[in-house]
Design a protein around this ligand. Structure first.
Ligand SMILES: [Zn+2]
Length: 284
């Protein structure tokens, strides 16, 4: 289970630092559910594809696309900022990463940005520009970046009664800054979820999006080792988790500039998460 250990360590590092707490035990509540059944999508209409609800109507969870010969891979970027980091941003800490977004545009790499509502409020011009660029899609990473389980790398916890409103508040932030049509996809902060969290979000109608490749870009200083993690981990249909937060993930732009040509050389093509969900039989 080396992969799992790496995943826990990488996400753990970011979660722990964001919360400024040292406690960083691998969480045990994260239990992927079986893939829910879904109906096939056909035409590229405006409605983004989503997975059908899981057993008992629970929020469905998506981890990767089909392992087909069409080697599609989705790079996803978490734009992390917690609700209490305003003072740090005010004193100059960069939670954005314009160079990364510019690199994705330059390289013409479609990508999905999982944005917190707090990030959109801090960087409204960037949030709007990302949201209106057809190269990208904006998805939801909560408003506060607080955890949806009790034990998630030391992140502060959202009460069960506030889980739904935290996600809805992020969508409200997106609308307020001019992001139209944010996707009905949600990434749990730290990737931590349990049945209770999936149930709490059922009324929101989102598909939870996890990943199968951890880049390890959180707090990495060696871009080459992060790039190696990506190149070693990517398979057809993979969802790769990276970050769009310069202070917490300073190597990500260099990683992207390195792995994109390499993966293209191996026959991979870059897609947004919505395309993978559609290919997995998501319905519109
Ligand atoms: Zn995050």
């Amino acid at each position: 289970m080396i992969t799992l250990v790496r995943r826990v360590t990488a996400v753990c590092a970011l979660g722990a630092a964001l919360s400024a707490l040292a406690s960083c035990a691998p969480e045990t509540t994260r239990a992927p559910l079986p893939a829910p059944s879904a109906t096939a999508a056909s035409s590229p209409v405006a409605e983004p594809p989503t997975l059908a609800p899981g057993p008992a109507g629970l929020t469905p969870v998506f981890e990767h696309g089909p392992r087909t010969r069409d080697k599609a891979v989705a790079l996803t970027f978490d734009a992390d900022m917690t609700s209490d980091q305003g003072p740090r941003a005010a004193s100059g800490e960069r939670f954005d990463n314009p160079g990364l977004i510019a690199a994705l545009r330059e390289l013409k790499v479609p990508a999905t940005v999982f944005m917190t509502g707090r990030w959109a409020e801090e960087y409204p011009v960037q949030a709007r520009a990302i949201g209106r660029d057809p190269l990208f899609e904006v998805a939801n990473h909560s408003y506060s970046h607080h955890a949806f389980t009790d034990d998630c790398y030391g992140l502060p916890t959202v009460d069960e009664q506030r889980m739904r409103t935290d996600v809805e508040r992020a969508y409200a932030s997106f609308r307020k800054v001019g992001v139209r049509d944010a996707m009905p996809y949600f990434r749990f902060p730290g990737g931590c979820y349990d049945r209770r969290a999936l149930k709490a979000l059922t009324p929101v109608g989102v598909t939870a999006v996890q990943w199968d490749v951890v880049s390890g870009d959180a707090f990495a200083t060696d871009a080459r080792s992060v790039a190696r993690e990506v190149l070693d981990g990517v398979r057809a249909g993979s969802v790769v988790v990276l970050h769009c937060t310069l202070s917490a993930a300073p190597t990500t732009e260099r990683v992207v500039r390195s792995v994109v040509p390499e993966l293209r050389g191996k026959g991979f093509r870059f897609v947004k998460v919505s395309e993978l969900i559609g290919a997995a039989g998501g319905r519109r």
